[in-house]
Write a protein that binds this ligand. Structure first.
Ligand code: PEP
Ligand code: MG
Length: 747
């Protein structure tokens, strides 16, 4: 049946604004709003249901249903038509509610007499807050215009609820943002932290959802969109020639920013009485609702882009940049969808923990977090929607778990865990100056991995016997321009100064694979990890390598210098790289710069091919360092960045240990100094096994030195070797269970 009513959303919003301007309590306002909507919609009933908890809705105000059912009638999420609107976030419009699937009769409300029902979700940027319902006795379907009008009011309601403007004490909305929420993500840096939420990009707060002067609002929208377009064009021109993914995203931004449909929908929203901000947000909410339903990963990404763009637009409109004027809470824990390494460095050590919705273990942000020893959890889905600035939060970087607004019992358990960790730290501090000497008298050299200036204080604090791996590419990654030679040489000199007379192994630039320099032309490769990276780039484009080698020689100022080339796969690559070093030395000598008193040039063993290289290679290098992260990924043919396959293969798999033992044997026979510098060196059980099969130098994150040393000092390598041999003889796939049991018995 068609209707014969017209609803002017602008008029309705005008009256709504008058209600909001009055000085009234929350409940009174809700009551007034339901009365107003029922009148404007020419329906007998208008009700507001709000979430009481995660899955319970409560009737909070009504015009037309029995007044005594207010705050009494509750329903579960998905129950009845109202519950269905709440669950699906979709509008229900029916002229025969009692026959509609899922109808639930609630006698206490007296709603049996109503035939038509229009239910509209109340949601703010995809966050479900409740349902706005109108019902009428007359069997009729509501027109698109009416539905739109109710949606617009629901949007304004959502804003008000969020602000707590009319929700009374203990009411559903504020309760929702007080609930404890647990997030299970992935650990990217161990450690625990307790603190307060600090949103990297805080939600923009819209305080004026209703327009006073629509013409002015349209003008504001157009100005803001223009500013947005200019900004996107600027980003695009500065990103030209850069990372392809970034360019794709920016192209999508530009497409959306110029989209007539997007603009028209926002203009329509203003036309219906919303302010420019609320108009953007209404459109953004609709896009977020679509996002949850799209299964295609590419489309979902594009909707994410649109979401980002809407946020930018809102920031332009409200003038709320990342700088919202809010003060960083004590013990800040950063929450973001994702973050770049440079932004993270800006925060520096001020942060107690980091939680990201996206990210990867091998990302640059993760590398920086690790360098700063800040607990990091990634893949915490939707946390930036749930968390509010200042919320209490616990980050368990060991388990990859985050507790937002935790209960007291969780806080207590967490504090116990932190206390135990602090105790362990003290234990490690007490052995800091003692050697990593096993019970059988074997000394293992423990060194640290570094790459940032922020790492240097750890050199003294951790008890490291030098820097076994200095990842020079980090300095290139955190800038948006190619660093200058003088800049680099000054930095390397500071690293050597900080190390005193301890050796620092500088690894030359290892770019490519996941390490893409924003200012270098990206190459589109099907398999970047096995592509044009590290020494391959260095030899093909020797300009940067020469500049870096010069910077290193100058930084040494005559002191001993150690460098290592990454990702060498065959002998001639090393020979060519070493020749570059010799040329650089000759050039520096001619220029009158002091030459290092000793120079050691080594290679990283990261491809299985080097394990089988001719003896002459082993004699040519001054030393070898196993890059276990890459070596393991190529040994098992399992991408180190891909969580799904990475975890399938254990470092303590007997095949891998056999392989590593073969390398140890060759180095021993040919007298090539050998070390191990992948992440596994910093895991105590793995480190113990590496020592048992013959590694005598391990380089790891500074925070791992204490735990590794503590374990090594309590074990007998001969006995551990026997355990490994026994498992090998038995044909076990991995030695982990036996080794873990043995080590547990030694504690
Ligand atoms: C490795 O591959 O083990 C290594 C130390 O190098 P990166 O992790 O920087 O690739
Ligand atoms: Mg590597």
């Amino acid at each position: 049946m068609t209707h014969s009513y017209s609803t002017d959303s602008r008029q309705m919003l005008g009256r709504l604004r008058a209600i909001m301007a009055e000085d009234a309590g929350g409940q009174t306002r809700l009551d007034q709003i339901t009365r107003l909507i029922a009148e404007e919609m020419h329906t007998e009933v208008c009700s507001i249901y709000l979430f009481r908890d995660e899955d319970t809705l409560e009737l909070c105000a009504t015009e037309g249903l029995k007044p005594e059912s207010v705050h009494e009638t509750r329903m579960r999420l998905g129950e009845g038509l109202v519950g269905r609107v709440a669950r699906t976030g979709k509008v229900i419009n029916t002229d025969d509610a009692p026959s509609a699937p899922g109808f639930r009769y609630m006698p206490e409300t007296g709603e049996e007499a109503y035939s038509s029902l229009l239910g509209v979700p109340v949601q703010r940027l995809g966050e479900k807050l409740g349902v706005l319902v109108v019902q009428s006795k007359q069997a009729r379907l509501f027109s698109d215009e009416e539905i739109y009008a109710v949606e617009v009011v629901a949007m304004v309601l959502a804003e008000m609820a969020e602000l707590g403007a009319f929700v009374g004490e203990g009411a559903a909305m504020s309760a929702r943002h007080q609930q404890a929420v647990l997030f299970r993500g992935t650990s990217a840096q161990e450690g625990t932290a307790q603190g307060r939420v600090w949103l990297h990009e805080p939600r923009v707060v819209v305080t004026n959802p209703i327009a006073e002067d629509p013409a002015r609002e349209l003008e504001r929208l157009h100005e803001a969109v223009e500013a947005l377009r200019v900004g996107v064009d600027r980003m695009l021109s500065s990103a030209k020639g850069g990372d392809k993914d970034q360019l794709d995203v920016l192209e999508a931004y530009r497409m959306f920013a110029n989209s007539k449909g997007w603009m028209r929908r926002m203009e329509d929203n203003i036309d219906s009485g919303l302010s420019a901000e609320a108009a953007v947000e209404k459109e953004q909410s609709a896009a977020r609702a679509r996002m949850t339903q799209v299964t295609d990963a590419y489309l979902r990404e594009r909707l994410h882009d649109l979401d980002d763009l809407s946020n930018r637009l809102l920031r332009i409109l409200t003038g709320q940049g990342t700088e919202t004027g809010a003060e960083m809470p004590p013990d800040p824990i950063l929450i973001a969808r994702n973050i770049g390494p440079a932004e993270l460095l800006d925060y520096g050590r001020a942060l107690k923990g980091i939680v990201l919705e996206e990210g990867s273990v091998g990302s640059h942000a993760a590398i920086v977090a690790r360098a700063l020893a800040i607990p990091l959890v990634i893949h915490a889905a939707r946390i930036s929607n749930e968390a509010l600035n200042g919320d209490q939060i616990l980050v368990d970087g060991d388990q990859g778990v985050v507790h937002l607004r935790p209960d007291e019992s969780i806080v207590t358990a967490f504090r116990d865990k932190m206390a135990m960790q602090a105790e362990a730290q003290q234990r490690y501090a007490s052995i800091r100056d003692k050697p990593a000497e096993t019970l059988c008298g074997q000394r293992i050299k423990l060194k640290m991995n570094a790459g940032l200036m922020a790492d240097l204080p750890s050199l003294k604090g951790s008890g490291a016997e030098g820097v076994g791996l200095f990842r020079t590419e980090l300095q290139f990654l955190i800038r948006n321009h190619m660093p200058k030679r003088a800049e680099l040489s000054e930095l390397y000199a500071r690293v050597m100064d900080a190390a005193d007379d301890k050796r620092v192994v500088f690894r030359t630039l290892d770019i490519g694979s996941d390490k893409v320099l924003p200012y270098m032309k990206a190459t589109d490769e099907p398999n970047p990890a096995m592509g044009w990276r590290a020494i391959r780039v260095g030899l093909d484009k020797p300009g940067v390598m020469r500049m870096q080698l010069q910077a290193l020689i100058r930084a040494a100022k005559g002191r001993a210098l150690t460098i290592m080339f990454p990702f060498v796969a065959q002998r001639d690559e090393f020979t060519a790289a070493r020749a570059e070093m010799d040329k650089a030395l000759a050039r520096e000598r001619i220029l009158g710069h002091p030459i290092p008193e000793t120079l050691e040039v080594g290679a990283m063993l990261e491809t299985p091919s080097l394990a089988f290289a001719p003896d002459s290679f082993y004699s040519e290098v001054d030393f070898l360092s196993v890059g276990g992260n890459d070596l393991k990924q190529f040994f098992f043919a399992a991408d180190r960045e891909n969580e799904r396959v990475r975890k399938r293969y254990d470092t303590l798999n007997i095949s891998f240990l056999n392989f590593l033992e073969g390398i140890v044997f060759r180095c021993a026979t040919l007298q090539t100094p050998l070390s191990f510098c992948g992440e596994d060196a910093g895991r105590p059980v793995e480190a113990a096994c590496l020592a048992a099969i013959g590694f005598r130098t391990l380089s790891m994150r500074p925070a791992s030195i204490g735990p590794v040393k503590s374990l090594l000092r309590r074990i007998d390598l001969g006995a551990l070797r026997d355990v490994i041999h026994t498992e090998r003889a038995k044909g076990s796939q991995t030695v982990r269970p036996a080794v873990t049991e043995y080590l547990r018995d030694q504690m």
